[in-house]
Structures are given as C-alpha cells and as structure tokens.
Design a protein around this ligand. Structure first.
Ligand code: CMC
Length: 354
C-alpha cells in the first residue's frame, strides 16, 4: 500500500476525454481546435461562445438568434431582484452563487437552461451592486453581451472599450479541466441538474488559487513607488514561501498564451506607464529567478483596471465568461457519463477499540 503513487491535486492525471479545449504542444490554447488568439481577432464573444457550446462556428443567422436569446433571457424577475435587495451581500460572487442556485430546473433541455442561467449573470451582478451602492440608471439589457456587461460595470456606453473588454472575456471563457470546471463535471457526473453544476463551479472559482487571484493582483501592484520596491516586495514574499498572485499555472510551465495576448492589448489600450514597468520587472524576476511564468490573472487585472473596472468586479467578470465554458462541459459530461468517484489511500489508524 505504501508504494502507491498518489498524484496530489491530480497533477498529471488524465481523467477523461474532451473535445472542448486543450493546449497544443506549442503551448497554444485551442477552443474546439481553433487557436484562441486567432478566434479573438476574428470573432465576437457570441460566436466564440456558440463555438464552445456546440463545436461549430455559427453562421450570421445562428449568431444573431443566440445574441437575441442572451438579451431576452438576461432580465431577472422582480422576486429575484427583491431577494438580492434583502440579502444585501457585499460579495458579488456570493450573490451569484446563491441566486443561481435558486433557479428551478423545471425539466427543461439542459442547453436551454444553461444559456438562460449564463445570460442572467450581468443582471445578477448589476442588482447585487445596486443593493449595496444604491440605484444607478443603466440600461441593463441592450447591446452585445460584452457591451451590456461593460456598461453595468462602468456605467459607460463605450464601443471601443467594450471591444477591448470582449477580448478578455473570450480569453477567460474556457480552459479544459481547471478546478471550477472539474467541480462542475463531478457534480454533473452524479446526474445532478445544470443549476447544481454551475453552483459547484462558482464555488470552486472563488478561491484565491483559481479565479480569486485576479482581484489580489492590484492590491500589491498599485502600491509600488519604484522598481526596487516592487522586487523587494516579491523577494520578501517568496522568502516567506508565500504565493505571488498572478504567477504559476498547472498547465503552463513556460508561458500562458492568454497572458501574453492580454499584455500586448494592454499596451495598445493604456500605453506604457510606471505600473506597467513594475509589472514587467516582476514578470522578468519571477521567470529569471524562479522559472515561474506570469498567468492571465496578472495582466487581466491591469487590463480591467485600465478599462475602468473596479476590483470588486474582477472575479464576477471571470465567472461571466467562464459560465459558457462550464455549460459546454456540463453537456459533454452528461452525454457520455460515468460517475466521477476516485479513491484515496487511507493513512489513518485501523483496528481501534472502543
Ligand atoms: N508564487 C510563488 N511560488 C509559486 C507560485 C507563485 N504564484 N506558483 C508556483 N510556485 C512554486 C510553488 O511553490 C512550487 O515550488 P516548490 O516546488 O518549491 O514547492 C512550484 O512553483 C510548483 O508550483 P505548484 O504550486 O506545485 O503548482 P500547482 O500546479 O500545484 O499550482 C497554481 C498552480 C496556479 C495554484 C499556483 O501556481 C499558484 O498558487 N499561483 C498563484 C495563484 C494564481 O495566480 N492563480 C491563478 C491561476 S491562472 C487562472 C486560473 O486558471 O484560475
């Protein structure tokens, strides 16, 4: 029994097959076989979401029907708005998790229900924020998914910035068997309904080692006054064996292609300022001294900051994009299901007497 190899954190373990996404041998992230860096340049969020969900790039008619569906379904009922108002929960992720869990399964087609839930994320975020900070007069249903969410987050109707924002949403949309997706797949494998699946995924996403990392990046990055100070801060943390948020990845041991792409867009969006200089110094230091690459959450945080999005929204943005990837995984899991039930090596006592 002691000679068993136990892959902690399932590192290196292939647990199932998927047709949704992967990282190829050159380190490119592929959605349904297409490089994400190509998709993001040529297609909008709605088209990429449909591709991820169905495996096909939609024709203009299918894309437009899907876009209409996202708009019509985005409205949340008065009683749900009232629950959000009464809850007055300051953490938007807690609200997303609680409110999604209220949606009735009602024996509907899985894909229909998943799309309905996903399309409500922007409005749940809006009313959660309103419950704490008061009413803001914002048209919460019109425009594309990215425009709608951007307007809700910043109060601004800004086509150009919404286009930049859309690129980040596409980058965040899907990533194979990451922790939140795996949590959803475990739940789906018991044949629990899609609402349970998305609720599990939202819970797993919240942790700082997964989605919660992006909101912690700005906390340290914006306080530096010099490059020296930035590097000293990182050295001190590393000497205390603390993790640097925005670095490291289970899959990308050399470079995260999403981080590289968003960094290049960030330079177009914001130019090069002192914060960018500190960010690049930390990136070089982490790579040269520790061989730990930067991940999407690091430049993603700076990117959202440059777009005028406040930190409390960072993780909800991640969730609003990833919910489409989760939905694809729910469908894939139940369509060729086997319950996910691993085993553990028992290392506790045996034969104790009462
Ligand atoms: N800061 C300092 N050391 C690190 C970091 C980091 N951010 N990431 C990895 N390491 C070290 C780690 O301590 C370990 O060193 P040693 O072998 O000496 O013990 C080595 O690198 C291997 O790391 P690991 O923790 O075994 O790698 P993992 O695959 O188990 O964990 C991770 C991956 C993302 C949880 C981890 O890198 C981490 O905690 N990063 C910080 C949180 C973060 O930015 N998360 C967002 C990930 S990207 C978005 C997403 O997909 O969620």
């Amino acid at each position: 029994m002691n000679s068993l190899v136990v892959p902690k954190g399932l590192e290196g373990v292939i647990v199932d097959r998927t047709e949704i996404s992967t990282t190829d041998q050159s380190g490119n992230l592929l959605y349904r076989g297409y490089r994400v860096v190509d998709l993001v340049e040529k297609l909008d969020f709605e088209s990429v979401a449909l591709l991820v969900l169905t495996g096909k790039i939609p024709d203009p008619e299918a894309r437009s029907r899907f876009s209409d569906l996202l708009k019509t379904n985005s409205v949340i009922e008065g009683k749900v708005r009232e629950i959000i108002r009464v809850l007055r929960e300051p953490n938007i992720m807690n609200n997303l998790r609680s409110i999604v869990s209220l949606y009735p399964y009602k024996n509907r087609k899985n894909l229909d229900l998943l799309i309905e839930i996903a399309s409500k994320f922007p409005s749940i975020i809006f009313y959660s924020d309103v419950a704490i900070r008061g009413w803001r007069d914002i048209e919460e249903t019109g425009g594309t998914y990215a425009e709608r969410l951007y307007r809700i987050l910043t109060g601004r109707d800004d086509r150009e910035n919404s286009k930049f924002f859309e690129k980040l949403l596409i980058m965040y949309m899907e990533h194979e068997f990451n922790s939140s997706t795996f949590a959803l797949r475990v739940t789906a494998s018991t044949l629990a309904d899609p609402v349970c699946g998305i609720t599990s995924a939202l819970s797993a996403l919240k942790g700082p080692l997964h989605g919660g990392a992006n909101s912690e990046v700005l906390d340290y990055l914006l306080k530096f006054k010099s490059e020296d100070e930035a590097i000293r801060f990182i050295e001190n943390k590393l000497s205390r064996k603390e993790k640097i948020m925005g670095f490291g990845h289970r899959v990308y041991k050399v470079k995260d292609p999403r981080a590289q792409y968003i960094k290049s867009q960030l330079k177009k969006l914001h130019g090069y300022d002192s914060v960018m200089k500190y960010a690049e110094s930390i990136e070089s230091y982490m790579w040269q001294e520790r061989h730990i690459p930067v991940n999407l959450d690091f430049y993603g945080a700076l990117y959202m900051n440059a777009l005028g999005i406040e930190e409390r929204f960072f993780l909800p943005v991640f969730a609003s994009a990833r919910v489409f990837g989760w939905s694809a995984h729910y469908i894939e899991q139940v369509s060729s299901n086997k319950i996910i039930r691993p085993q553990a090596q028992y290392v506790g006592p045996v034969g104790l007497k009462l």
